[in-house]
Design a protein around this ligand. Sequence first.
Ligand SMILES: Cc1cc2nc3c(=O)[nH]c(=O)nc-3n(C[C@H](O)[C@H](O)[C@H](O)COP(=O)(O)O)c2cc1C
Length: 221
Amino acid sequence: MTDVYNLGFLKDTIGETIVSTYDVDGHPNAAPMGIAVKSNEQLIIRPFMSSLTYKNLQTKRCAVVNVTSNPELFYRTAFKDANPDGNLSAELVEKAETVDAPRLRAADATVEVSVAETGSFSPERAEVLCNVQLVTASKALPKVYCRAQFATIEAIIHATRIKPFLMGDEQEQERALRLMELVEICRDIVDRTAPNSRYSEIMADLTQKIHLWRKESEGLR
Ligand SMILES: Cc1cc2nc3c(=O)[nH]c(=O)nc-3n(C[C@H](O)[C@H](O)[C@H](O)COP(=O)(O)O)c2cc1C
């Protein structure tokens, strides 16, 4: 079996992945999550306790950690309303082999995991230790490094925190403003290196979302 280190997971380094789970009713869910490696056999997920991923990990006790660098997948799993029907599209996933969880059909590699124990990472985030059950990898060809691709994923990460921070106290709103500046830097990279691409479309959508959240948060004041 391929091991997690062969997929690029490194000690003391967070690897950005998409974690897919089923809810209690068997509906698939997927969300980008950073993964830390404890050993070849154990991975750590640190979900916000407010996330559906956390809830599903607690009820189903398993998940699939999907390896991809496709911004489209990060976007559609971070913001479910970016899918054609407003929910995570069912055709994006199929059932995993060894655990009761879905996996992303388009992933370059998958790690099927079961939950070993759950602790606390911070007041808002849990730390979920997972046992590796199965590692699979496709024979994907090497991909050229593309600044726009990685700038888009960075912008998506920042955007997932902007809305909650905008709804928070003064200090959190400051953090939201800083994140908005970072999104602008990412947008500049995308506009310069990949204008008229799917990446620039995602950046335009994100900008529109951020604009709406700002209006919403101003309405609350
Ligand atoms: C690259 C990337 C990494 C992320 N890492 C985490 C993480 O480690 N923990 C977390 O709770 N949210 C993380 N997020 C944010 C969640 O993916 C986002 O809040 C998502 O909407 C949660 O979806 P869910 O409620 O379906 O679980 C990350 C987002 C991105 C784009």
